[in-house]
Design a protein around this ligand. Structure first.
Ligand code: FDA
Length: 397
């Protein structure tokens, strides 16, 4: 039987990085992945340019049943550390929007960088290679793999989340965690487009393709979450950064409230226009909103788009403005694992050390990356969690 200090299962973002750092600390590391292609999620990320971190990454940008859990790993290895690594490898990058950093050329640059880091740590890599069984034994773990049995002191599970099953996502890591006594926070798709039943959506289906900046919120009181981002209408529902962000917080049955005017006092503006403008209501509204959107909302409100502004009733104008600035709409679901960018939920952080990502139940067992109940916002935060959790773990092996 072969012996290693560390076996990492899952050669995605977290697994590759953890293996490289551990190898460079002098540990004998084996990295296994069942997928035929290496790091497919990095390759397809950020439209092929990999939004590899966010300059602003901070604990507030992550969801978890324990929002404090990510603090320690992010403090140990933050965005600045990963940016320094990217610079050391001479990878050209740029900032796109709100701290989001993308490769100038290709996500492939990040994969090459991680492979070089693994080479520098003499990491043994086997792929495709499945793990058929894991036994936690005295002083370590035994694995039956496609390439034969392996024994290791430390076992790191970096098998990611459930999105995009066709490129290799599995619940293997979650099942292993559950079998060995760890609690699981129910996994659900996050950063995912939201859908509506046919009747609710019928008035808006013709708006497919329309994009505009909005303010979107869900929940109430202390649970209220708000984002200001672009919204995209699709044939089945709503997408775009605004909806992807809010989807991570949205729970079935909850309504969304969307300000389609992106701030400002639409009611006041319409009342003022009533006194000064000779335009028809539809044309006046189109001064504040894309014409297609203005038409769809007027049709839904029962108001006459051709009515001259001076003839409109104040109450109608105020109600119309209210509806456009706090459009209440309740999704009936989401587009699921095929379209989600990440998984919310995962291995319950109560069963892990926040400093090392080590299991509190099985000595020498670790969970890192998306498999853990830590989920980032859209914008490079999920990769940052992969790097941060991988580093914190690798340092403690
Ligand atoms: P990751 O999914 O990267 O790796 C898990 C690995 O485990 C895979 O290689 C898989 O094959 C392997 N595996 C699974 N089951 C196994 C088993 N049973 N045995 C062996 N191996 C197994 N984030 C971001 O910050 N910026 C971005 O631009 C994007 N863009 C983006 C686009 C799209 C389309 C998606 C789907 C996701 C993103 N993300 C993102 C999210 C980001 O890709 C994700 O959070 C990280 O890849 C998570 O890293 P992990 O290493 O935890 O999992």
């Amino acid at each position: 039987m072969e012996h290693f200090d560390v076996v990492v299962v899952g050669a995605g973002a977290a697994g590759l990085f953890c293996a490289g750092v551990a190898g460079q600390r002098g540990l004998r590391v084996l990295l296994l992945d069942h997928a035929p292609k290496l790091a497919e999620k990095i390759r397809i990320s950020g439209g092929g340019r990999c939004n590899f971190t966010n300059r602003e990454a901070a604990p507030a940008n992550f969801l978890s049943d324990n929002p404090h859990f990510c603090r320690s790993a992010l403090a140990r290895y933050g965005a600045a550390d990963f940016i320094a690594l990217v610079r050391r490898h001479g990878i050209a990058f740029h900032e796109k929007h709100r701290g989001q950093l993308f490769c100038d050329h290709s996500a492939e640059d990040i994969i090459t960088m991680l492979l070089r880091e693994c080479e520098a740590g003499a990491v043994v890599r086997r792929q495709p290679c499945r793990v058929q069984a894991v036994r936690h034994v005295a002083d370590g773990h035994e694995l039956d793999t496609d390439a034969g049995p392996v024994r290791t002191h430390q076992l790191v599970i970096a098998t990611g989340g459930l999105p995009i099953p066709k490129i290799g996502a599995t619940d293997w890591g979650l099942r292993l965690a559950e079998r060995s006594g760890h609690r699981i926070v129910a996994p659900r798709p996050a950063l995912v487009p939201l859908t509506f039943d046919a009747q609710t959506w019928a008035p808006y289906a013709a708006l497919a393709g329309l994009a505009l900046p909005v303010q979107i919120s869900t929940g109430s009181g202390k649970q209220r979450t708000v984002f200001q981002e672009d919204l995209l209408f699709t044939h089945r529902g709503l997408s775009g950064p605004a909806v992807l962000q809010i989807s991570s917080y949205w729970r079935p049955g909850q309504a969304l409230s969307i300000d389609l005017t992106h701030g400002g006092d639409l009611g006041g503006a319409l009342l003022a226009a009533k006194l000064t403008s000779k335009r028809q209501l539809g044309n006046e509204l189109a001064q504040h909103l894309p014409t297609r959107l203005a038409d769809a909302f007027l049709a839904g409100s029962g108001l006459d788009a051709h009515r001259p502004m001076p003839d409109c009733r104040d109450r109608d104008l105020q109600q119309l403005a209210q509806r456009l600035q706090a459009w209440p709409i309740t999704p009936n679901g989401d587009e699921g694992w095929k379209k989600a960018e990440v998984m919310a939920g995962g291995v319950d952080t109560r069963d892990l050390s926040s400093q090392t990502l080590a299991s509190r139940h099985v000595p020498g067992l670790y969970f890192i990356g998306e498999a853990v109940d830590v989920t980032g916002w859209l914008g490079g935060y999920n990769f940052q969690w992969a790097w941060s959790s991988a580093f914190a773990c690798a340092q403690s092996l």
